[in-house]
Ligand binder design. Structure first.
Ligand code: NAD
Length: 485
């Protein structure tokens, strides 16, 4: 492989890289050229066993350390990630095709933020004391045990850290299965965590498709499953976890609304809509892909949007001037192309884009449809690509009702210069991660996750601690036991 951070084998188990070439081959394709840049092997049953056994064996001693000791290792890993940010960003770009102008700032760095944040929290995780006359109850915050992390392909480093950091901070062990489309980055997270002092077995990475994910989810040694993926996969994984009454976090898909009122700053609204649709070539779960624009500002909005999109620098992701890269895979490009065709067939007005670029790699133009109606497929289904649907509205109530008329509930945004309206509208939108006069900010300090079918549980912030630990309550009697007979 032609880059410096090359992982040396397919899996990382019990503190070391391991290989088992009996597993099916998974080629790793660089989306900007279509070239194969690496090959990993799917985990065999032997590798799955090795990972689960290692995690199970290591977890108790890890949970027995003080939170400060655990946190110190996570914070050391965060520092190492920051020091190696450039190389890790190159790897992220090879894995996903996202341009370096993004990966240098939001991938390894966001992973480091999570390790630093949860490393800092680890020492402050406590129970409470509840006095009941002379008797009392105390609570202990305890680890869950072995956690499974299953990742999507759009943010492979970030997802590996957003799941690993709170899990480890709370005293759990993790077996992480990256997406088969982007298998490389999580291996480096595992390598760095162990170099930072994490004992062997606590963060394992094994490769494979859903065929490897499924037995992990249903294994009786597993206590919790955290998935980032689509709603259909979420349904399957949630059901399988339910059979064992396991804890779950489900970070699933969306079709989020962004409502732009007449009184919004045009420049900010256009900027917000660009961030909500074209960052990472539109491959972001929380994207605001249904852009409701009030009629008074609509034409000005479309004109300025078109102008600014023509300034996008589409090209070689390794060139830091590039700010719009390819789709992650040929398959994803074809899915998005089929949605563009559906938009045209349903009669939406193509304002710009719509075509594949004539160059190697899986590049699509940033695409905007206007005059989109609520019942069109491009307004109802998650596309996961650079396709914005612009819908018109007159009245605030109408926009809110239409924005909520979806089974998804991941994110929502409002642009307005009326402060009370901003808060009033956002309070009525059914979504977990919301924005006023902004879009797609995801600081580690803030809870992130969806409502309705977009998910269960929250990542990041103190809220994540609740999802990676459990409370034991202990009643302590200070006097005689008064039994009835
Ligand atoms: P996907 O649902 O196809 O796959 C997600 C992961 O689940 C992959 O690792 C896959 O191998 C695994 N998987 C598939 N079937 C499984 C099974 N039966 N048991 C266990 N694991 C199984 O999703 P994708 O195409 O990789 O990613 C895109 C989707 O992820 C989009 O819907 C997007 O919105 C969503 N996403 C959500 C968030 C969030 O935080 N809410 C973030 C990023 C992406």
């Amino acid at each position: 492989m032609p880059y410096p951070t090359q992982p040396t084998a397919s899996h990382f188990v019990n503190g070391a890289y391991v290989e088992d070439t009996a597993g099916a081959e998974i080629p790793v394709i660089y989306p900007a050229t279509g070239e194969q840049i690496a090959l990993v092997h799917e985990a065999t049953p032997a590798i799955i066993e090795h990972a689960l056994n290692s995690a199970k064996a290591a977890q108790k001693a890890w949970a027995a350390l003080s939170g400060t000791e655990r946190g110190r290792i996570l914070r050391r890993a965060a520092e190492m990630i920051r020091e190696r940010n450039h190389d890790l960003s190159v790897l992220e770009t090879y894995d996903t095709g996202k341009p370096m102008s993004e990966t240098l700032y939001v991938d390894a760095t966001s992973g480091a933020d999570a390790l630093e944040y949860f490393g800092g929290l680890a020492g402050s995780l406590t129970g409470e004391h509840i006095q009941l006359g002379d008797d009392w109850v105390y609570t202990r915050r305890e680890a869950l045990g072995v956690c499974i992390g299953i990742g999507a392909w759009n943010y492979p480093t970030q997802i590996a850290c957003w799941k690993g950091a709170p899990a480890l901070a709370c005293g759990n062990a993790m077996v992480f299965k990256p997406s088969e489309t982007t298998p490389l980055c999580a291996l480096k997270v595992a390598e760095i965590l162990h170099e930072a002092g994490l004992p062997a077995g606590l963060y394992n990475v094994i490769q494979g498709t859903g065929a490897v994910g499924a037995p992990l989810v249903s294994d009786p040694r597993v206590d919790k499953v955290s998935l980032t993926g689509s709603v259909p996969t979420g349904r399957k994984v949630y059901a399988a976890a339910a059979a064992g009454i396991k804890n779950v976090t489900m970070e699933l898909g969306g079709k989020s609304p962004l409502i732009i009122f007449d009184d919004a700053s045009l420049e900010d609204a256009v900027g917000g809509a660009i961030l909500a649709n074209f960052y990472s070539s539109g491959q972001v779960c929380s994207n605001g892909t249904r852009v409701f624009v009030q009629k008074g500002i609509k034409e000005a909005f479309l004109a300025r949007l078109h102008e600014r999109l023509s300034e996008a620098v589409i090209g070689d992701p390794m060139d830091e001037a590039t700010n719009f890269g390819p789709m992650v895979s040929e398959n994803q490009m074809k899915i998005v192309q089929s949605y563009i065709e559906k938009g045209k067939a349903d009669g939406a007005r193509l304002v710009c884009g719509g075509a594949r670029l004539e160059r190697e790699g899986y590049y699509l133009e940033p695409t905007v449809f206007a005059d989109v109606k609520d019942d069109m497929i491009i307004a109802r289904e998650e596309i996961f690509g650079p396709v914005m649907a612009v819908l018109d509205f007159d009245a605030e109530d109408d926009a809110i009702a239409r924005a909520n008329a979806t089974e998804f509930g991941l994110s929502a945004g409002v642009f307005t210069s009326d402060l009370t309206r901003g808060h009033r509208v956002i309070a009525q939108l059914q979504a977990g991660s919301c924005f006023i006069n902004s879009y797609n900010d995801a600081p580690v300090e803030a809870p992130f996750g969806g409502s309705k079918q977009s998910g269960v549980g929250r990542e990041n912030s103190k809220a994540a601690i609740e999802h990676y630990s459990q409370m034991k309550s202990v009643y302590v009697r200070m006097g005689a036991v008064d039994a009835p007979f």
